[in-house]
Design a protein around this ligand. Structure first.
Ligand SMILES: [Zn+2]
Length: 429
C-alpha cells in the first residue's frame, strides 16, 4: 500500500550527506623538512580568483592536496615536476552543466575524455539520470571516473531522454516523490533537481514541471537543494516571466542566453524585442544564478549582449557538452566558451572565476573546491593564452571576431596528472 512521503522520510539521508560534506577531503600530516612534495607545478602564471591571486608561483602538492603555493620551491624538494613556464595555472575547471553519463544516456560523453579538450577536473551531470537510473550513474560511472562528478537528478524518473521524444511530453514522468527520494539518498553527489522547461520538452504543460521540481527539492530535506532550470523557446511570451518568477535564490537558470525559438518560431527568451524581461532582472537581483550552458542550440550572442548590457550578466560559464553539441560549429567545450566571454569584454579573472570558485560554491560538496588555497584538493588546470585573431560562432550562426583564446595544456586532478608524469602506483582518490 502506498503511503504519503513526508519530509521526515528524507531527513536521515540528508543529515548523513551534510556530515559527509564536513569531513576534510584528506587528513593532512605536517610536512617535515626532508619530506618531498609528490608533485611540483613550477613557474606558472597562477590565477586564482578565489583569493585574488595572480603572479608567478610554484605549487607543491602532497597527499592529493595543495600543500604550498610559494614564489620558489626548489625542484629537489619534489618527486615529480611539471614545468608550467608561460602557462596560465588555475584551479581545476568546474563544468556546472555537462552530459557525462555515457552508456546510460543517449547523449553522454565520458568526463575523462573531455579533459584534453577543456581541462575540466569537475563536471556536473545536467540531469542525465532520474530516479530510475541514478543508481547506474553512481555505481558504473562515478566510481570509474577520475574527474569529480556531481549531478542534478532529473524530475523525470526516466532521466533526460530528449532525442527524439522529450522526457516531459508525458507529464506523468515528472514524479516529485521519486526525485526527492533519489536526491536525499545521493545527497553527497546530487545537488538538486533538473527540469527542462522549453516547449520542445514540456509541450503544453506550462509551469507544472518546474513546480514539481521545486517541490522535490523541498521534500528532499537536503540543505540548499537547488533547481537547474533549462530554458529555450517557451510556449508563449508570458510563460518565460512565470518561469523566472518561480526560481529561488541560488537556483540555476541554465541556457540563460538562449535565443532558440518556440515551436511556432516565436522568440520567447529572456530578451524579447531587444529588451530584457523585468522578471529576468528581478531573478538576477534576488540571486538566481545565470549559467551559460552553451550547448548545441542554447547560446545567442544577441541575447547575451542585450541581457548583459541591461544588468543580467552571467554568474557561471558551463559547456552543456554532449555527443550532439560537441559536433556543432559553436564548439561548446568549456575553455572555448570561456574564450567567447573573454572576447566579449570579461577579464581573464572574470572568466576563470565563472568556471572555478563560483560553480564550486554552487555545488558545495567538497571543502575548498575551486581554489588553490593550501588544504584544497589538488585539482589544477594549465592553459595557454593564445594571442591572435580567432572567429567564434554561437548556436544561431552569429559570428564574432576575437583576439585571444584559451587552449587546454595539462590537467591535474587529486594531485595526479592526466598523462605525464605518470604516478607509480597509479593510485587516485
Ligand atoms: Zn544540457
Amino acid at each position: 500500500m502506498k503511503r504519503p512521503v513526508t519530509r521526515r522520510d528524507f531527513v536521515a539521508g540528508a543529515a548523513a550527506a551534510s556530515a559527509l560534506a564536513s569531513i576534510p577531503t584528506a587528513v593532512r600530516a605536517a610536512m617535515g623538512p626532508n619530506d618531498k612534495f609528490d608533485l611540483l607545478i613550477k613557474g606558472g602564471d597562477v590565477l586564482d580568483p578565489s583569493q585574488r591571486l595572480r603572479g608567478v608561483r610554484d605549487i607543491g602538492i602532497r597527499y592529493g592536496m595543495i600543500e604550498a603555493v610559494e614564489a620558489d620551491i626548489p625542484v629537489a624538494r619534489a618527486q615529480k615536476v611539471i614545468t608550467a613556464t608561460g602557462r596560465l595555472v588555475t584551479p581545476g575547471l568546474v563544468d556546472l552543466h555537462a552530459h557525462v553519463f555515457p552508456y546510460g544516456s543517449g547523449i553522454g560523453i565520458p568526463a575523462d575524455e573531455l579533459v584534453q579538450h577543456q581541462a575540466s577536473t569537475t563536471a556536473v551531470s545536467g540531469g542525465d539520470a532520474g530516479a530510475n537510473n541514478f543508481a547506474a550513474f553512481r555505481r558504473f560511472v562515478v566510481g570509474t571516473t577520475r574527474s569529480r562528478l556531481f549531478a542534478f537528478v532529473h524530475i523525470a524518473n526516466i532521466g533526460l531522454t530528449g532525442f527524439p521524444i522529450a522526457e516531459l511530453y508525458n507529464i506523468d514522468y515528472a514524479r516529485t516523490e521519486d526525485a526527492a527520494r533519489t536526491l536525499a539518498e545521493n545527497a553527497d553527489i546530487a545537488i538538486g533537481i533538473k527540469v527542462r522547461m522549453s516547449e520542445n520538452v514540456v509541450a503544453k504543460h506550462g509551469t507544472e514541471p518546474l513546480k514539481r521540481a521545486i517541490a522535490a527539492c523541498v521534500m528532499s530535506g537536503v540543505p540548499g537543494a537547488k533547481i537547474m532550470c533549462h530554458i529555450g523557446g517557451v510556449e508563449n511570451a508570458g510563460l518565460m516571466s512565470e518561469i523566472l518568477d518561480l526560481l529561488r535564490k541560488d537556483d540555476i537558470l541554465t541556457h540563460c542566453y538562449s535565443g532558440a525559438p518556440n515551436l511556432q518560431n516565436q522568440f520567447t527568451n529572456i530578451v524579447q524585442d531587444g529588451k530584457l524581461l523585468p522578471a529576468a532582472l528581478a531573478a538576477k537581483r534576488r540571486g538566481v544564478l545565470f549559467d551559460i550552458g552553451h550547448g548545441g542550440g542554447s547560446f545567442d550572442y544577441t541575447v547575451a549582449e542585450a541581457a548583459i548590457a541591461q544588468g543580467a550578466g552571467p554568474d557561471t560559464i558551463s559547456s552543456d557538452i554532449h555527443v550532439f553539441s560537441g559536433n556543432t560549429p559553436g564548439m561548446p567545450y568549456l575553455t572555448w566558451v570561456m574564450s567567447k566571454f573573454l572576447n566579449m569584454g570579461f577579464s581573464l579573472e572574470d572568466v576563470v572565476r565563472m568556471a572555478t570558485i563560483t560553480p564550486a560554491r554552487a555545488i558545495n560538496r567538497v571543502a575548498k573546491l575551486g581554489t588553490l588555497q593550501v588544504g584544497a584538493p589538488a585539482d589544477v588546470s594549465m592553459l595557454e593564452v593564445v594571442e591572435g585573431p580567432v572567429e567564434f560562432v554561437d548556436t544561431r550562426n552569429n559570428k564574432r571576431a576575437g583576439k585571444v583564446h584559451l587552449r587546454p595544456v595539462q590537467t591535474v586532478a587529486g594531485g595526479i596528472a592526466y598523462g605525464r608524469p605518470y604516478n607509480a602506483p597509479f593510485s587516485v582518490r
